[in-house]
Design a protein around this ligand. Structure first.
Ligand code: LMR
Length: 337
């Protein structure tokens, strides 16, 4: 795969040279390949399409955005390598996926119950802490442009998950985040890192028993067809960092970059305004199919889950950084752990 990515990167570099070469190719548009792993009818899929529409409009066609959804180009880990090598220019991986390239700080968003709602999240993403976190990506050859929402995660499995004890020994697919690993270990479950594009089949064949995700991701990947139960835990958040290859971005003509920044700002507002509705709609569709039983927790059951996962904060303090966790909690004015 690495070879393939490298080959694609050199082609991309050649194309870049051709664009700069001279008058014959002066009209060739600048191509932004935007690769992602979810379906188009999800919060990220819709925001990516909106960005394409606005970017092409504001640059009057000087930029062409090619969106590749559903892992058609690359899976989770590969897409980050491809971005660093310049084989694609833009991605929006979830906060949980930056650990493997050496940026652990975004895993703070994975801490269980750290965000009571999306309005609270904005205090972090729109504030100085959010800006500082984006800067951590610079040394990795990428520029962080925006935070995009998906929403809150629910638990799915083929057994009823109500009390923490129900999770014991159950195999869960997780994203590549050590915080998520610690979260499932705190419940006595067995976490297994797996690319998003492989989850449906792994659930279907029993390679894993369950997973955690937003309702829009569950519905658009048809996970509800192979999971009998979904427990509405809302225990964690999935959101994205829109990243662009730094060299590509810095090399753009200033006016084009400004137009793209405007398009990104508007696409972000558009996407984040409707992500909650998209998840609500997906939940309604899942219920309509009648294939998955939806389980709601009582306040006591919810409290038991919170207490069971609370040790995660201590378990990951050295990895994520206690000062960062403290600052995050201070910014959100939220839970004390
Ligand atoms: C997952 O891997 O479960 C999600 O991060 C997929 C996504 O991009 O929403």
């Amino acid at each position: 795969m690495r070879k393939l990515i490298l080959a694609a990167a050199s082609v991309a570099a050649l194309v870049g040279v051709a664009v700069l070469a001279g008058p014959a190719s002066a009209q060739a548009p600048i191509i932004i390949k935007f690769s992602h792993v979810v379906a188009s009818n999800t919060p990220k899929g819709a925001a990516a399409e909106k960005f394409k529409e606005l970017a092409e409009k504001y640059t009057a066609g000087k930029v062409k955005v090619e969106v590749y959804p559903n892992s058609t180009l690359y899976k989770d880990k590969e897409e980050l390598e491809a971005l660093q090598l310049g084989a694609v220019q833009m991605l929006a991986p979830s906060n949980s996926k930056f650990g493997p390239i050496g940026v652990r700080e975004f895993e703070v968003f994975d801490l269980p119950y750290i965000l009571p709602d999306l309005a609270t999240l904005r205090k972090v993403t729109d504030g100085p802490l959010g800006a500082r976190l984006l800067k951590k990506l610079d040394p990795k050859g990428m520029t962080g442009l925006a935070y995009w929402d998906n929403g809150f995660k629910e638990m799915t499995a083929n057994k009823k998950l109500i009390a923490p004890a129900d999770y014991k020994g159950v195999k869960f697919r997780i994203q590549s985040s050590k915080v998520l690993e610690a979260q499932f270990r705190s419940l006595g479950a067995i976490p297994q890192v797996m690319a998003f594009g492989e989850v449906y089949q792994a659930l279907q064949t029993g390679v894993v028993d369950g997973q955690e995700n937003t309702t829009s991701n569950v519905y658009s990947q048809k996970m509800h067809e192979v999971q009998k139960y979904m427990t509405m835990t809302n225990h964690g958040y999935i959101g994205y960092v829109v990243v662009v290859n730094k060299k590509f971005w810095d090399g753009l003509p200033a006016d084009i970059r400004e137009q793209l920044e405007k398009a990104m700002k508007e696409a972000t507002a558009y996407g984040n305004n409707q992500s909650a509705k998209e998840n609500d709609d997906a939940l309604a569709e899942i219920i309509k199919t009648g294939k998955t039983e939806i389980i709601k927790l009582t306040p006591e059951q919810d409290k038991a889950m919170r207490e069971a996962m609370d040790p995660v904060y201590k378990d990951v303090a050295t990895r994520v950084g206690q000062p960062l966790i403290d600052e995050f909690i201070k910014e959100t004015g939220g839970v004390t752990h």
